[in-house]
Design a protein around this ligand. Sequence first.
Ligand SMILES: [Zn+2]
Ligand SMILES: [Zn+2]
Length: 183
Amino acid sequence: MNEAAVWWIGAGPGDPELLDGVRARLASEFSVPCRVEFPAERPEEAWDARRGQHSSSRILLWLKERTSQGRVLGLTDADLFIPILTFVFGEAQLNGRVAVVSTARLGGPTGLPGEKGRVAARLQKEAVHELGHTFGLLHCRTERCAMARSASLRDVDAKKPALCPACRALYLEVSSEIGEPHE
Ligand SMILES: [Zn+2]
Ligand SMILES: [Zn+2]
């Protein structure tokens, strides 16, 4: 069945309010049961000393080894990269079980009012985006759609934490068909 878990795998303590916000958003956007979990282990092998960042692809492999049903979205505060880019907000296995999103590039402490809410809103958008990929959704040209590609915070801020009508229709179609993720 379609179900999802949000795993906090960051170095710092996971903010319960932040995590619950993501959980609630995913549950409502994808109409799936969703829970928050705090695994004891961390994907240590994802650290790349040369780049001083964590490999998002290696985190996906780490998550995949530990996931046997439903989908898992790893949330972290680690700065993520893929080889061809300076950084990524997250990565997902297309049509798969696992995805990861980081808070590292979503706006650090500035001391300005409203900061926590801003980071939470951005995190929810990227969480919907990456989980959408696990359901087979591709990038969308609608700027306000959660499935729009984001290269910068400006792109993230232009989006809503929701699928556009076209992506939603596609999601409803695939989610009724596939059920369990493809391997
Ligand atoms: Zn994407
Ligand atoms: Zn869309």
